[in-house]
Design a protein around this ligand. Structure first.
Ligand code: FRU
Length: 498
């Protein structure tokens, strides 16, 4: 018979593990300079994103005992500017009969969200225990100081999935609309990913409304981490669908019918086209902005930093807006400009067809920088490529290539030569309109590249693990001439992670 430990004891044990091992990360290779990482161990999804009294809270899926996924806790950090973070004590640890059994490897406090109920911060999460019936339940923890959380006596507040739905039933996202609270939970109906909708007047008693949206048969067999929120004059449903080649960070733009309890999709695209972007979550901050963080990795891939006893990082925070064309735009939050240090600027670099233009003599930057450039192309040119090689070794054998392909109207991030340990992929984002210009806004860190195209029309996030000395930057053209109208590069300072 398994002995259940109290939440308090489990938290104390987890915090001790952090204290005992975090020093190992000081010298670990590939630690990022301005992306959020756990102080030690393993990190996956962002959870419980919220701002209260000026303070941003970032919770996350956390294993404090190992750099492998395992018994899930909620790690916690706070920030006043979305850039510099302070690690807080572990917020949630598995302790209850529906989430803890020390003989099992799949268990814990799975992903979820946060809301303020007056002065009380409430975390909604999934209690998961393999072999338990039900396997996944929804539970609550509360706090009056935003740091110390107590599990609610009414837990589990939703004890398993409704009749007819899969027992894969997780990642509650809660919000308020009018007088009522609503919750979406990721699940499936048969082999179709779906979101279950609930409502409540008091955040404790939840009534099942029905299936708010469901896969059309091609959109994945389980929808993880659903998020449903207003943006501009529309509603957006964002999910992380499993087992589909039609995307893994999908946004559907449409409308929400609260009377019928259904979301009506009008269009679908990917919020990020890079391989290392998953389990995104948004929140509305006190300025009214819709901010997104995602786990900058992908499940079931290699995590080369495990050699150094850590795994997982967040993307930079991004602000979502709705474009006039009805597409969701995603841009780095302006707070990140506080990291800018040495700056180099060039303009009107005219490249003829098949030219390479090395920048490294003028731009002796290391691996953490922000780069903006605009390419102007010959009018009505049908094909050719323009772009940059980043994180390039002196002999050119290692490089990550970001380019625009005129023939296909796609921006491509090619990591096939990004280094032995890198995730090899040709990441492609199709653009909406064909223009005679294209802009790239790129954030490079020790082991990541995030590309924002045409003011957030498309984004591509990837992890790369090149040699840390591979830092050359080369502009190039292929099959066309083009002008780099401007290029700006800022070295970025280290963000504080205390
Ligand atoms: C997504 C996910 C969630 C789950 C969590 C467990 O990456 O699988 O569905 O709650 O991770 O760590």
């Amino acid at each position: 018979m398994t002995q259940h430990k109290t939440h308090f004891e489990q938290l104390a044990r987890a915090n001790q593990a952090v204290t005992d091992t975090k020093h190992e990360q000081k010298e670990a290779s590939y630690r990022l300079h301005y992306h959020f990482m756990a102080p030690t161990g393993w990190l996956n999804d962002p959870n419980g994103l919220i701002q209260h009294n000026g303070v941003y809270h970032l919770f996350y899926q956390f294993n404090p005992y190992s750099y492998h996924w395992g018994a899930m806790h909620w790690g916690h950090a706070t920030s006043r500017d979305l850039v510099n973070w302070k690690h807080e004590p572990v917020a949630l640890a598995p302790s209850e009969p529906y989430e803890y059994d020390e003989t099992k490897s799949e268990m814990g406090c799975f992903s979820g969200s946060a809301v303020m109920n007056g002065d009380v911060m409430m975390l909604f999460y999934t209690g998961h225990l393999e072999g338990h019936d039900p396997k996944e339940v929804q539970a609550i923890a509360t706090s009056t100081d935003g740091i110390h959380f107590t599990k609610h006596a009414a837990n589990p507040v939703i004890n398993g999935s409704p009749e007819g739905l899969s027992d894969e039933f997780r990642d509650p996202k809660v919000w308020k609309h009018g007088e009522l609270w609503y919750m979406v939970v990721g699940t499936a109906v048969g082999h179709d990913g779906a979101v279950a909708l609930y409502k409540s007047s008091n955040l404790i008693d939840w009534e099942y409304v029905g299936i708010a949206a469901k896969s059309d048969g091609t959109q994945g067999d389980m929808w993880e981490c659903p998020d449903l929120f207003p943006l501009g004059d529309k509603y957006v449903l964002m999910t992380s669908p499993m087992n589909t080649d039609r995307g893994k960070s999908t946004v559907m733009v449409g409308s929400m019918d609260y009377d019928k309890g259904v979301f009506i999709p009008e269009s679908q695209h990917e919020i990020d086209y890079g391989i290392d972007f998953y389990a995104a979550q948004t929140f509305e901050d006190e300025k009214g902005r819709r901010i997104l963080f995602a786990w900058m990795d992908f499940p079931f891939t290699e995590f080369p930093s495990k050699t150094d006893k850590w795994s997982g990082a967040m993307t930079i925070p991004r602000e979502l807006t709705l474009g006039k064309d009805g597409y969701v735009r995603s841009q780095p939050v302006p707070e990140l400009t506080a990291l800018r240090d040495n700056h180099m600027h060039d303009d009107k670099l005219v490249l003829s067809e098949d030219e390479t233009h090395p920048l490294h003599a003028d731009y002796p930057f290391q691996h953490s920088y922000e780069l903006k450039c605009k390419w102007v192309l010959p009018e009505n040119k049908a094909d050719g490529k323009v772009g940059l090689h980043l994180r390039q070794s002196k002999d050119g054998s290692e490089q990550t290539t970001v380019f625009y392909d005129l023939a296909t109207n796609e921006v491509i991030v090619d990591t096939t030569h990004a280094g032995k340990l890198s995730h090899k992929a040709v990441n492609k984002a199709g653009l909406l309109h064909k223009n005679d210009e294209v802009t790239f806004h790129i954030f490079v860190d020790t082991c990541s590249v995030e590309v924002f195209v045409n003011d957030g029309e498309a984004t591509l996030s990837t992890r790369i693990y090149p040699d840390l000395a591979s830092n050359d930057i080369t502009l190039y053209t292929e099959g066309t001439g083009a002008t780099a109208e401007y290029i700006d590069i800022w070295e970025l300072k280290n963000a504080e992670m205390s």
